[in-house]
Ligand binder design. Sequence first.
Ligand code: SF4
Length: 322
Amino acid sequence: MPLLSIENLKMYFYTLRGWVRAVDDVSLSLEKGDSLGIAGESGCGKTSAILTLLRLLPRNGKVFGGKINFAGKDLLKLSDREFSKEIRWKKISTVFQGAMNSLHPTIKVGDQIVESITIHESVSKEEAVKRAGKLLDLVGIGASRFDRYPHELSGGMKQRTMIAMSLACNPELVVLDEPTTALDVIIAAQVLKVIKELQQKLNLSTLLISHDLSMIAETCNKIAIMYAGKVVEQGDIVSVFKETLHPYTQKLIAAFPSVLGRKTELSSIHGFPPDLLTPPPGCRFHPRCDYAMEICRKEEPPVISAGKDHYVACWLVGGRKE
Ligand code: SF4
């Protein structure tokens, strides 16, 4: 049984103009020890899907259907109190986008980790201090910096402190939302190294949200590509990168420069993602797709298996062609 299985999840945001279909029939799954990267352009629904999983939706966000099974429990059936007592931080924790700015500026970093332990677990202060020191060691900051204030740490160290905090209660799954945004490339590489080491050392399952495909290729063994609130292609990372099937994934990959390969002009995806208040009928990518056919404008392509652990939703692949 997968550790996390999201099935046909639908979550819409209410606005004065109507319902924005931010997450529309999304299915994903993750085994213990897996690292799943979710990629796509801004506004494709990746963060909204994760906010739904973490039960951190704003008041105008509403779940319209689907299931979120985690370690055998249907999370959507838990009350807010049960979710916060049993799941949040203890089983699933998160490192938010720009998380390094979430540290309290006037509290020492060690104390902030201690607080996240004592809030969620009934352990003595002494025990929590010991654990916080170990966590700072684990992420390469060192327990000796326990008494530092956030302004005394570099951007990368603050981000690593946030990663240490996310591990405070030994969660089974850590969600990382753009963990290297706002960091320069050298520091971003150090943070990625820490994430990879933790995945191996702790057999940690991670869900990584990013628009940076190279970062996902570097840290994940599975990938899901989202477009306009839907997963259009997902599977094993090697298979999706080597045998890319969906035209949107092909365009995303082509938009990234290759450091080693021949120098070519970078391609871009013409047009804009659709307004999710009134998404286009059929395949939502059809107004931007070079291969769009009549059927693409009318009928939504089903998700089909395109090989071992490789799924795609496109009429060109094993579907009806015209
Ligand atoms: Fe393009 Fe049609 Fe495939 Fe959509 S279903 S990606 S429009 S070919």
